[in-house]
Design a protein around this ligand. Structure first.
Ligand code: NDP
Ligand code: 8X3
Length: 247
């Protein structure tokens, strides 16, 4: 089950696992996109269940997960990927609606989905949860404030989840990527393509497929091996502050 599978990492992860024979549950808010991804994955010969919901809507998340058909309830892997950054304003000028969107999606949405899905794993004493954090959760940067804090929460929650689910044989891994070229910056800058493209200028950024490959690697390890935390940057990026852009 991959949240936010209509674009970027989520779409690539769904694709990677489907290519390797997994039946996949895909989620997202954009119904048409979800239909497109469903069609694309169905051509790979696996079963696909698409669930159209907003992770911020607590009761919708609860109802939709409770209503998953029985044959789909054996969820082996949950990828908590749905998330976003909005804006890059300093704290004194921040847009409070943008802050709400980030906290509600990146933190509360991840919690709602985990609360609904993890009991299914606990019941089977089996499962694997990936939380998509960020290098932004490891260090702060100018204007990153609420986004960085939301990803620091993901970092912390991943650790707690691994402890809470230890006795249930459930692996929990944080994937913390650096700069990756997806729709992320277009969303952050509210559709401003020029500004979004500027983020990746002179960089060979990570692709969604790179991140999917890393998640696949973790999931392919023997069951007794749990990668706790994996930070991935493009070679041209050392951390949130240092990049080596080419002209
Ligand atoms: P994209 O914008 O390409 O994809 C984001 C996905 O999240 C979309 O499928 C979107 O679907 C979904 N989503 C967003 N909000 C909601 C919501 N409220 N309910 C359900 N689904 C939602 O971005 P990325 O693939 O880059 O981002 C994926 C994750 O990776 C995010 O958590 C992001 O913070 C994180 N990340 C990204 C990095 C980057 O540089 N790109 C680096 C580090 C971490 P829809 O709009 O259809 O709902
Ligand atoms: C996305 C990476 O550095 O733009 O999480 O915050 S960054």
């Amino acid at each position: 089950m991959v949240t936010g599978a209509t674009a970027g990492f989520g779409r690539a992860v769904a694709n990677k696992f489907a290519r390797n024979g997994y039946n996949v549950i895909i989620t997202g808010r954009r119904k048409e996109r979800l239909d497109d991804v469903e069609k694309e994955l169905a051509t790979l010969g696996v079963k696909v269940l698409s669930l159209n919901f907003d992770v911020r809507k607590r009761y919708e998340v609860e109802d939709i997960v409770a209503g998953i058909p029985d044959e789909w309830k054996n969820i082996d892997i949950l990828v908590n990927n749905a998330g976003l950054a909005v804006g890059l304003e300093h704290i004194d000028k921040g847009n409070v609606d943008d802050w709400d969107r980030m906290v509600d999606t990146n933190v509360k949405g991840l919690l709602y989905v985990t609360r609904a899905v993890s009991p299914l794993m606990v019941a089977r004493e089996k499962g694997y949860i990936f939380n998509i954090g960020s290098i932004a959760g490891k260090a702060a940067y100018e204007g990153g404030n609420v986004y960085c804090a939301s990803k620091a929460a993901v970092d912390s929650l991943t650790k707690s989840m691994r402890i809470d689910l230890l006795k249930n044989n459930i692996r929990v891994t944080q994937i913390a990527p650096g700069m990756a070229e997806t729709e992320f910056s277009l969303v952050r800058f509210k559709g401003d393509k020029e500004r979004a493209n500027g983020v990746y200028k002179g960089m060979k950024a990570l692709t969604a497929e790179d991140v999917a490959e890393v998640i696949w690697y973790c999931a392919s390890l023997p069951e007794h091996v749990c990668i706790n935390d994996l930070v991935i940057t493009p070679t041209q990026q050392a951390d949130v502050m240092f990049t080596n852009r080419k002209a």
